[in-house]
Design a protein around this ligand. Structure first.
Ligand code: UDX
Ligand code: ADP
Length: 472
């Protein structure tokens, strides 16, 4: 059966990027055999099962349509390398936690191990595709490793960054705004680039496939994420000003976004951005700028991360001051733990910071999320378990609590029966909407004291007297 496949594709790393991307390629290119390998056997087992290791709308159907036909999952990395014509590398590149560049630079150890393993196992020429987000010039390091042995095997390294966003991965893969492919501008580089273009051409319109030199491609991915994160920090910075001036951030965002040059997307003020990419990629960009002596440029981008940290902490402080400057012994329901809706992923989720800080204030937490509770348990596993509970049902989670904090914009939270929730809460009842997803006026009418991002609070207290005045 294998003999009938036109080409063999391997993907090293069966994570959030590798798994969905390869499932889409398999779906759109039935003549290609696509194998996804990983060092983590449990992860591979889950990809082979009904319980996929990640949740993405439409992914299960996509995998089921191709698995066993031309999409395969395996732990045999060496065999995979030997038989592949094209190898996508999508292993993780977390921020370094040790040594030079700790907390800033990308940790390239998994990446380099993979390069060495390809070199050790390959018996025929291969195209190696960087899929993970990497510091600019990583392809050069990859080429140097792959050329380090006396061997006549030719490896051509391409950069093909993935722009999918979690929660919409299948849609983004099916209809990408653009596919970017960077290569060396040599005859062999251009030939390899064309092979990759030919894969994507099976479903992506030619005008959406952009090609460039390899360094621009690597850098474009970092810069795209930096620009997106910068928009969120910009609107979040203005949300702080709105809270002081009685302006409403949603009206400001709407008015600003109607300028076609600015555009309306990615202007939702929030408790802050999370996810595995934004912070990591900006810090990486900052590190590279410092490396080249561009201190002003580094500081400019670093401020995007600073505003994000400020926004998360501002939210916690609001909760504390609103609830009479003490949270000790108070029960707080956390609605949503994922870093955004429609995913179970909690990497860098703002909920982690908020929950950690609330526990420091001695609050008791009841955490609810439709998809992310397993990850939430892992994320908070090192904290005091006797003050944390995990409850799937939002009504049950909110029963008998002093306050609710909305951390994720799950659609479900827009449609809850808040009258029912209010009736079962301790009074005065507080709600802190970190995503501006609920109807605040309606909540206020029910009886809640409502605190949203970038809006004047709606409370039933006499705000002319502050608690500090009363205590004085
Ligand atoms: C991002 C990029 O969008 C994607 O192109 C890249 O490949 C990977 O990084 P992702 O992290 O999956 O994708 O999610 P994204 O939709 O970008 O959201 C990131 C964070 O920003 C989330 O926490 C989200 O809730 C937050 N966000 C997004 C806002 O707070 N406001 C907005 O207006 C948009
Ligand atoms: P991303 O969001 O970039 O896809 P993930 O962390 O979800 O990142 O996935 C990266 C995957 O790469 C993990 O499943 C990890 O086990 C795998 N991985 C890391 N190093 C190697 C390696 N040397 N060989 C094979 N797989 C690896």
């Amino acid at each position: 059966m294998n003999a009938s496949f036109e080409k063999k594709i391997l993907c090293i790393g069966a994570g959030y990027v590798g798994g969905p991307t390869m499932a889409m390629i398999a779906r759109k290119c039935p003549n290609y055999k696509v194998t996804v390998v990983d060092i983590n056997p449990q992860r591979i087992q889950r990809w082979k099962s009904d319980r996929l290791p990640i949740y993405e709308p439409g992914l299960k159907e996509l995998v089921e349509a191709t698995r066993g036909r031309n999409l395969f999952f395996s732990t045999d990395i060496e065999e995979g390398i030997r038989e592949a014509d094209i190898i996508f590398v999508s292993v993780n590149t977390p921020t370094k936690t040790y040594g030079l560049g700790a907390g800033m630079a990308a940790d390239l150890q998994y990446w380099e191990k993979t390069a060495r393993q390809i070199l050790a196992c390959a018996r025929s020429p291969k195209i190696i595709v960087e899929k993970s987000t990497l510091p600019v010039k990583t392809a050069l390091a990859m080429e140097r490793i792959l050329k380090s042995r006396e061997s006549r095997i030719h490896f051509e390294v391409l950069s093909n960054p993935e722009f999918l966003a979690e929660g919409t991965a299948v849609r983004d893969l099916e209809k990408p705004d653009r596919v970017l492919i960077g290569s060396r501008l040599t005859p062999s580089g251009l030939k390899a680039r064309q092979e990759l273009v030919d894969i994507y051409r099976n479903w992506v319109p030619e005008e959406n496939i952009i090609t460039s030199d390899i360094w621009s491609s690597e850098l474009s991915k970092l810069v795209s994420n930096a620009f997106l994160a910068q928009r969120i920090s910009s609107i979040n910075a203005i949300s702080a000003l709105c809270e002081k001036t009685e302006a409403d951030i949603r009206n400001v965002a709407m008015a600003v976004g109607r300028d076609g040059r600015i555009g309306s997307r990615f202007l939702n003020a929030s408790i802050g951005f999370g996810g595995s990419c934004f912070k990591k990629d900006i810090l990486n960009l900052v590190y590279i700028c410092r490396h080249y002596g561009l201190e002003e440029v580094a500081e400019y981008w670093e401020s995007v991360v600073h505003i994000n940290e400020y926004q998360k902490e501002r939210f916690v402080r609001h909760m504390l001051t609103a609830m009479f400057n003490t949270l000790a012994g108070k029960k707080i329901c956390i609605l949503g733990f994922a870093f955004k809706a429609n995913t179970g992923d909690t990497r860098e989720s703002p909920a982690i910071h908020v929950c950690t800080r609330l526990l420091e204030e001695r609050a008791e937490l009841v955490i609810s999320d439709p998809k992310a509770l397993d990850n939430a348990r892992l994320d908070l596993g090192h904290l005091e378990q006797e003050r944390i509970s995990f409850v799937q049902d939002p009504y049950e989670a909110a029963r008998g609590v002093h306050a609710i904090a909305v951390m994720t914009e799950w659609d479900l939270y827009r449609r809850l029966d808040y009258q029912k929730i209010y009736d079962d809460m301790i009074k005065p009842a507080f709600i802190f909407d970190g995503r501006n997803v609920i109807d605040h006026e309606k909540l206020y009418d029910i009886g809640f004291n409502v605190y949203a991002i970038g809006k004047t609070p709606l409370t039933h207290f006499d705000e002319s007297e502050s608690v500090q005045d009363l205590q004085a």
